[in-house]
Write a protein that binds this ligand. Structure first.
Ligand SMILES: [Zn+2]
Length: 279
């Protein structure tokens, strides 16, 4: 019962200090609110945030955090938020979202007949940096208050984000897929283990209408997910376009990958998860 009570007391923290550490560049100073995902990615309506659970509506017994005008976290400096993300990288993710939202909704509603494959043209390095920047900003109030955690995975994400001409590090793979859900999901530092398979899938998950993204660190070489990679050519230039094929016949379960199958286990820390329910 004690554990259960503590569990219920956990809430998603969104308001970092007014002055704190930017969770991307690490500089100490005034912090600003970052929408996760960007406002233009179907994230402009009031939202209720809770720590991750499998329900399709907010859990009435668990604490709620209300976030007006979309889910946002006060964890970034002005430069990372407005210039690096807002001006450099987000427009590409917003454009892709606008192209794919109706396709995603149609896969669920099945009102129109869709082709099996859809091609999208994207600038992979920009979309990847947008995704990584917002994942770093989400559920990171603790770091914004006390200072950045230094470890190979977050250090690599920050270094890549801040250095526009660098390739995506070899240790990183970003998978993405059509996600026709309205629940916004953030799960950071989760480890998924499949019984009977060696190796661990460790990384961050970000899902919002119309995409899911899974940023994996040191993916075991013998594990391939039946999904497209966002940056298949890791050294493609920062502004180069790539054609990526989305297979509408292979859409993962709506609760993939944060909910394990019967033969899987997932380890995560409640404090770095959040699920958003739009009003
Ligand atoms: Zn910054």
């Amino acid at each position: 019962m004690g554990n259960f009570s503590r569990q219920l007391a956990k809430r998603v923290l969104t308001r970092g200090p007014e002055q704190g550490f930017c969770v991307i560049c690490g500089e100490y100073g005034k912090l600003t609110r970052d929408h996760v995902p960007p406002e233009g990615c179907n994230n402009n309506r009031d939202v209720v945030l809770q720590i991750l659970h499998t329900g399709v509506v907010p859990n009435s017994k668990a604490p709620k955090t209300f976030s007006q005008g979309g889910a946002h976290f006060r964890t970034l400096c002005e430069r990372c938020n407005s210039y690096r993300l807002g001006t450099r990288y987000d427009p590409e993710l917003v454009r892709l979202t606008n192209e794919a939202t109706n396709i995603a909704l149609s896969t669920k509603e099945k009102r129109i007949v869709l082709p099996r494959h859809v091609s999208v043209f994207i600038r992979p390095q920009k979309v990847a940096r947008s995704v990584i920047g917002h994942v770093l900003a989400a559920t990171a109030v603790e770091e914004a208050t006390s200072g950045l955690l230094s470890a190979p995975f977050p250090n690599a994400l920050r270094h890549y984000f801040l250095n526009e001409n660098e390739p995506l590090p070899e240790e990183l793979d970003i998978y993405f897929w059509i996600y026709p859900g309205r629940r916004q999901v953030v799960v950071k530092n989760s480890a998924k283990i499949s019984l009977g398979r060696r190796g661990v899938l460790f990384g961050h998950i970000l899902k919002f209408l119309p995409f899911g993204f899974w940023v994996l660190w040191k993916r075991p070489a013998d594990v391939s997910l039946n999904l497209p990679q966002l940056v298949p050519n890791k050294s493609i230039g920062p502004d180069q376009l790539e054609q990526i094929d989305l297979d509408l016949g292979v859409i993962p379960r709506i609760d993939f990958p944060e909910t394990p199958n019967d033969d899987e286990v997932i380890l995560l820390r409640d404090e770095t998860t959040s699920v958003g329910f739009q009003k």
